[in-house]
Design a protein around this ligand. Structure first.
Ligand SMILES: [Zn+2]
Length: 314
């Protein structure tokens, strides 16, 4: 229990480091969207100018403007380059509907919208909220762990005191690999990620190799998550299943932070191999199912008390 403040401090440090990472931009300056592209407004509001921006005669101070609000869909109707404009030379005309159309600087538009696609919105939500979500998850899991320790109850945790199933361990490995790959794409081919953000797909076929590999891992993670939850439900009583799932989520969040930072310093590849070797060895040595409970059929690693029904298996 004395180690928990150290754990907490390291976690805060990790979070701080991870929030310093550079956000992906389009390095080549190439626009990944064009006329007829659909955006969704996520900022509270966006001011549009009614008149078309003019060459050499930039925005009069009292230009007529109007406001569109959060969750309004916006379609790109026209793109105009005004090289004399000192703020942003690219003006975009967007339309909410037939009657509501107006002009805005490209930079102002992009900071207020997301592509109108659930995958892009998911990516945006994740990149904005992952630090808060991770911190809350870890605090809840830590509180649950302390509470169970105080009551001298067992706390099942992947890798440490795992259930007799390979799926949670494989889920962690797949998640770590996906994080390494995701960070690699962000570092070496950021255009690929921006392209994917504006034109997302869940189909790994026909994508560039790195992206195809990432999407395959994403599908593997979905399958392993379902398999893990099913195994947890079969191996542990209800309350412990919930706690196990919660701590697994916290571990995954930790894995994401750790491997995304390590990969930025090019250590992620080596550390993933070490992690995979240790995880597989630990599973084989301590958590591989070798018996079944005589009473409820739950998989067991060794004889003794069944964690699911409490029956003694001699
Ligand atoms: Zn049992």
């Amino acid at each position: 229990m004395k180690r928990s403040p150290v754990l907490f401090a390291s976690l805060c440090l990790l979070l701080l480091l991870s929030s310093c990472r550079p956000s992906p931009t389009v390095p080549s300056g190439e626009r990944m969207w064009d006329i007829d592209y659909n955006f969704l407004l996520v900022a509270d509001s966006l001011v549009l100018q009614e008149e078309r921006p003019m060459h050499l005669l930039i925005v009069p101070d009292a230009a007529d403007t109007f406001v569109v609000y959060k969750d309004d869909p916006l379609v790109v109707a026209q793109i105009e380059i005004i090289p004399e404009d000192s703020i942003d030379s690219v003006w975009v005309k967007v339309a909410r509907d037939q009657l509501t159309q107006g002009w805005v600087h490209e930079s102002a538009l992009l900071s207020a919208v997301v592509p109108d696609d659930p995958i892009s919105q998911g990516i945006q939500l994740f990149s904005n909220r992952h630090v808060v979500a991770t911190l809350s998850l870890c605090i809840i899991a830590l509180a649950a762990w302390l509470l169970r320790r105080k009551r001298k109850q067992r706390f099942h945790l992947v890798h440490i005191d795992d259930i007799a199933s390979p799926y949670p361990m494989l889920l962690c490995l797949a998640f770590a690999a996906a994080t390494v790959l995701y960070t690699t794409i962000q570092i070496f081919v950021p255009e690929m990620w921006v392209q994917f953000y504006y034109h997302p797909s869940l189909n790994p076929f026909g994508q560039p190799t790195l992206l195809a590999l990432f999407l395959t891992l994403a599908w593997l993670i979905v399958v392993l998550s379902i398999a893990s939850m099913d195994e947890v439900r079969r191996s542990l009583p209800a309350t412990e299943s919930v706690l196990y799932a919660l701590s697994l989520l916290a571990i995954l969040a930790g894995i994401y932070l750790f491997f995304s930072i390590a990969t930025q310093y090019f250590l992620g590849y080596f550390l993933w191999i070490v992690y995979a070797a240790l995880a597989l060895w630990q599973y084989w040595r301590r958590h591989r199912p070798r018996f079944r409970c005589g009473q409820c059929g739950a998989p067991l690693h060794s004889c003794g008390q069944c964690p699911k029904c409490g029956a003694m298996n001699e």
